[in-house]
Write a protein that binds this ligand. Structure first.
Ligand code: NAP
Ligand code: GDD
Length: 403
């Protein structure tokens, strides 16, 4: 049985990759950080009681800033494949925590490669590095492929540039099987809540249920090549199954603006958005709402909450056409600009060319931009409905509009 060690297993990609590798009959080991509150929500469904037989999922405490701990874990696990997904992965946060970001994202990668070397495992381990389209930053050509020069635009991008090159260097210097996956943005219902995609789908879902009135964004015109994380983790694995180590761009080949993302997310709940004003004064207003009501109206929901009717679990597609009376109306201002979300240096537009991966790995994205947004809104509607039930039953529910 093959053994994989995943750093960042508690993150979006770590969770999907762990699930994927368990499906391929791997023994999966993950490194999680100690935190004061639980941080394993994304992989709890994979947890196996260590007292049971045939356990194939294990977690180890560790941190990319702690070299001796990494050496010990690699020695204990003796993995065939290592996936380095751990990182301070938020671009905006990296401007505020530049040194920490460099320590975890740049030096963390070096520490893992050194652990492999110190333990004499250079011939037996295959190493995947989570590189990023942020390396292209201020893009030097469109679309971006493996030959496009890098021009990072944030402490995060610069840290990842070091990680990219140290991975290439160890491949060339020590003949290690080390690959860079240069992945463009990828999202999912388990995306971190402060990345723009999830921030939008969560806010839209909460507004639909009347839990929130509006939300604030930064640059609406930034464009990204957005794919689905489920498709992208498969590409990571494929890279490590090749005869020779190499670097690959993984992208959908479609670019969309934040503005379009907002419009599609609202469309998913039956609302149209119209934009008015310019720059920091621009607002998004509901111009039209489908009048359709679903089998579960706001009234029915209220009755169920009061106990007058037997509550039943709502299916996510029922939410999509149900506007309870406390929710949105045409004319409501639902999006405003808050300049604090503008970045000191921005990456204006990313568009990837994944033809090398298509040819060499046989990789293709399967989930479309529209399908991805739809699945995210639906999942967030389910989450918001739980909050709504709590609120209607008199419990305190937090307002997330200022994230
Ligand atoms: P994510 O959801 O933010 O997950 C990051 C993971 O790294 C989490 O498990 C986090 O632990 C862990 N981590 C952070 N600092 C650590 C440290 N010092 N030591 C050990 N673990 C640490 O990110 P993601 O979206 O899954 O992305 C995975 C990787 O791909 C990252 O390296 C990211 O930079 C890169 N990437 C992402 C994208 C994208 O669009 N998603 C695109 C290109 C590249 P906690 O759960 O405890 O915070
Ligand atoms: N986060 C956030 N919040 N971004 C906003 C907002 C907001 O309120 N308003 C506009 N944006 C714009 C950002 O300025 C950026 O241009 C774009 O939305 C996407 O921002 P994020 O979702 O934070 O992602 P990112 O592109 O900066 O970084 C993600 O993708 C990279 C790959 O290109 C992260 O996952 C990185 O880890 C990853 O490497």
């Amino acid at each position: 049985m093959k053994k994989a060690l995943i750093t960042g297993i508690t993150g979006q990609d770590g969770a999907y990759l762990a699930e994927f590798l368990l499906g391929k009959r791997y023994e999966v080991h993950g490194i999680k950080r100690r935190s004061s509150s639980l941080n394993t929500g994304r992989v709890d469904h994979l947890y196996q009681d260590p007292h049971e037989e045939n356990v194939r999922f294990f977690m180890h405490y560790g941190d990319l800033t702690d070299a001796t701990n990494l050496i010990r874990i690699v020695q204990e696990v003796q993995p065939d494949e290592m996936y380095n997904l751990a990182a301070q992965s938020h671009v905006m946060v990296s401007f505020e925590t530049a040194e920490y970001t460099a320590n975890a994202d740049a030096l963390g990668t070096l520490r893992l490669l050194e652990a492999i070397r110190i333990l004499g495992m250079t011939d037996s381990v295959r190493f995947y590095q989570a590189s990023t389209s942020e390396l292209f930053g201020k893009v030097q050509s469109v679309p971006q492929n493996e030959k496009t020069p890098f021009y990072p635009r944030s402490p995060y991008g610069v840290a990842k540039l070091y990680a990219y090159w140290i991975c290439v260097n160890y491949r060339e210097a020590y003949s290690m099987f080390a690959c860079n996956g240069i992945l463009f943005n990828h999202e999912s219902p388990i995306r971190g809540e402060t990345f723009v995609s999830r921030k939008i789908t969560r806010a839209v879902a909460r507004m639909k249920l009347g839990l929130q009135k509006k939300f604030y964004l930064g640059n609406l015109d930034a464009k990204r090549d957005w794919g689905h994380a489920k498709d992208f983790v498969k590409a990571m694995w494929l890279m490590l199954q090749q005869k020779k180590p190499d670097d690959f761009v993984i992208a959908t080949g479609e670019s969309h603006s934040v503005r379009e993302f907002v419009e599609l997310a609202f469309r998913e709940i039956g609302a149209e958005i119209q934009w008015k004003g310019k720059g920091a004064k621009e607002v998004g207003i509901i111009s039209k709402i489908s009048g359709q009501r679903s089998a579960v109206s706001g009234q029915e929901m209220k009755k169920a909450i009061r106990g007058a009717a037997k509550p039943r679990r709502l299916k996510s597609d029922e939410f999509a056409s149900d506007f309870s009376e406390r929710a949105l109306r045409a004319g409501d201002v639902v999006v405003e600009i808050d300049p604090r979300y503008f970045r000191p240096t921005e990456v204006d537009e990313l568009l990837g060319d994944a033809s090398k991966a298509r040819k060499a790995l046989g990789w293709e994205p399967r989930i479309s931009f529209e399908e991805m947004i739809s699945s995210m809104v639906k999942a967030d509607l389910e989450e918001a409905s739980r909050d709504q039930l709590c609120k209607d039953s008199g419990y305190r529910v937090l307002n997330y509009s200022n994230e």
